[in-house]
Design a protein around this ligand. Structure first.
Ligand code: 6LW
Length: 523
């Protein structure tokens, strides 16, 4: 049965998956965004629904002041004996911790902090019920993969950390997961770093503490050599995987990968979640996808009901009593600044702006899950002097484009502002007869964000555009791991949004938009 990758597009990296009967649950990392660690549910590994977050309170998820891509690194989600567990790292606050719940769609516990260091923690239960905690780190001064026994409810280490592997020779051995099959303990790692050299390796041992031996396929998954043509560069940086056996005995691998904006090593919509079938050879070693490669369209014996067409369109009339799960905040929100009533959301913007380092701007934001999206918002309310309210394409505080209304001495203006590194400027502005209502729009493809507005009774008017390149992960001025959002925001004043709608076109224009440069013949 055919399916399309990525199965969970947009900024959804470091996927971890578990299964309860014929229900699959998948968690991804969230860094400085709140709530933390989304839980997606599926019955067929193709149609996924966002059903909850593991970290929904300020005590579970203290992000105050964290750097861009600080906060929550890679999670692991596991189910054992009636209880769900999620283990992850808050690199900004106290490190590794475990939360648990017996209702995955309900409230998760407060963190049980774990003394073993490192990042990318995972849990494994042996047949005798012993629970093990594994993470990468350098607890004994030696960088590598460390293992200890643990009480998963309290986080108490029951044995000291022991170094069990330094990986298979790639740099940055991380994202360890342990599995048991036919009497073997399998240790799967990400190596090579989460960029274009990313890969997945597999080792095994008869004793969980080793010694581990490497398999015949090294690595079991990588796209590091795939740079021959646009199609093959459509997927890069494959790695940070987890595997699962479905109810039919078929095995699957989920991993992160990126889709570059096209012919350059830049990606803006984040590291996304991909799916590949996995089979075991006669010697008990895994074969992933097409001999260690993943494709945008794959064919495999999917479990559960036949997939229905996938759409990442989204609309919100703000009619509910609570905000739709898809909306995120940057760091811990000041909840009193967000008022949901009378079928609109009112944002009470303060002095914290989209460009405030370490701040929580008054913004609700939605992951951009396709290159080609068109998002419209209906905004209403008076705009004060110096206030900025509108629509933003947001990567982080030093990489965002904002279409906003502001009040100046001589009247109201619609402006296109850009913050790229320390360059904060308005590249287009137009005086408007603003009577308290306006529609705002952003259209994107793999190369451009194009911003437009429409006054009541008027036509759409394009104000300006910005290249996707400065909002790409590789272009940010520090190592980051996230992706672009489409957001609604307000600074230094209040504004209301009556509706928001986004249509996502899953396929790129073919050929994709290119940044062309007309060579001039030199005489
Ligand atoms: C993740 C680790 C990594 O924890 O990036 O580069 C971190 N490798 O596996 C954030 O995704």
């Amino acid at each position: 049965m055919q399916y399309q990758n990525p199965i969970i597009p947009g900024y959804n990296p470091d996927p971890s998956i578990c299964r309860v009967g014929d229900d699959f649950y998948l968690a991804t990392s969230t860094f400085e965004f709140f709530p933390g660690v989304p839980i997606y549910h599926s019955k067929n590994l193709v149609n996924w629904e966002l059903v909850n977050y593991c970290l929904t309170t300020d005590t579970q998820l203290p992000l105050q002041g964290c750097r861009p891509s600080g906060g929550i690194y890679a999670p692991t989600i596991r189910y054992h004996d009636g209880m769900f567990y999620m283990v992850t790292t808050n690199v900004t606050h106290k490190g590794n911790f475990i939360v648990h719940t017996d209702d995955i769609r309900g409230q998760w516990s407060e963190p049980a902090w774990v003394k073993q260091g490192g990042i990318d923690p995972s849990l494994f239960w042996d047949e005798d019920g012993t629970c093990y905690f594994v993470s990468n780190g350098s607890d004994k001064g030696e960088r590598g993969i460390y293992l200890c026994k643990i009480n998963p409810l309290t986080g108490e280490m029951l044995t000291p950390s022991r170094l069990i592997s330094k990986g298979c020779g790639g740099k940055a051995a991380e994202a360890p997961h342990i599995y048991k099959r036919d009497g073997w303990y399998y240790l799967m790692l990400a190596e090579g770093g989460t960029e274009y050299g990313h890969m997945e390796t597999m080792q095994r041992a008869k004793d969980i503490f080793g010694p581990y031996e490497e398999g015949p396929r090294h690595p079991i998954l990588t796209h590091r050599e795939d740079n021959s043509d646009y199609l093959s560069t459509a997927i890069q940086a494959t790695g940070h995987a987890d595997i699962i056996e479905d109810q039919n005995g078929n095995w699957w691998l989920v991993c992160l990968a990126i889709r570059p904006i096209g012919h350059v090593m830049l990606h803006n919509i984040g590291r996304e979640t991909f799916l590949a079938p996995l089979v075991w050879d006669e010697a008990g070693w895994p074969i992933v996808g097409n001999e260690g490669r993943i494709r945008l369209v794959m064919d495999a014996p999917l479990p559960g009901p036949a997939p229905t067409p996938v759409s990442h369109n989204f609309s919100d009339g703000f009619d509910g009593e609570t905000l739709d799960l898809n909306w995120n905040f940057v760091r811990n929100p000041e909840r009193e600044r967000y008022i949901l009533q009378d079928s609109c959301i009112t944002l009470h913007g303060g002095e914290t702006t989209l460009s405030t380092p370490g701040g929580s701007p008054t913004m609700i934001a939605l992951r951009q899950q396709a290159f080609v999206v068109s998002a419209e918002a209906k905004m209403a309310g008076p705009v004060a002097m110096g206030q900025k309210s509108g629509l933003t394409a947001f990567y982080n505080h030093s990489a965002h484009y904002d279409l906003f209304v502001t009040q100046k001495e001589d009247g109201c203006y619609i402006c296109l502002g850009k913050q790229v590194y320390d360059i904060d400027c308005v590249t287009a502005s137009q005086k408007i007869d603003y009577q308290g209502e306006i529609e705002l729009k952003v259209d994107s493809d793999n190369m451009w964000y194009t911003f437009s507005f429409r006054l009541p009774g008027g036509q759409w008017a394009e104000l300006g555009r910005g290249m996707t390149a400065p909002l790409c992960t590789e272009a940010t001025c520090m190592m980051t791991f996230t992706g672009t959002f489409i957001g609604l925001f307000s600074e230094r004043g209040k504004i209301s949004f009556d509706s928001f709608g986004l249509t996502a076109n899953e396929s790129l224009p073919n050929p994709p938009a290119r940044f062309t440069f007309e060579e001039k013949e030199t005489k």
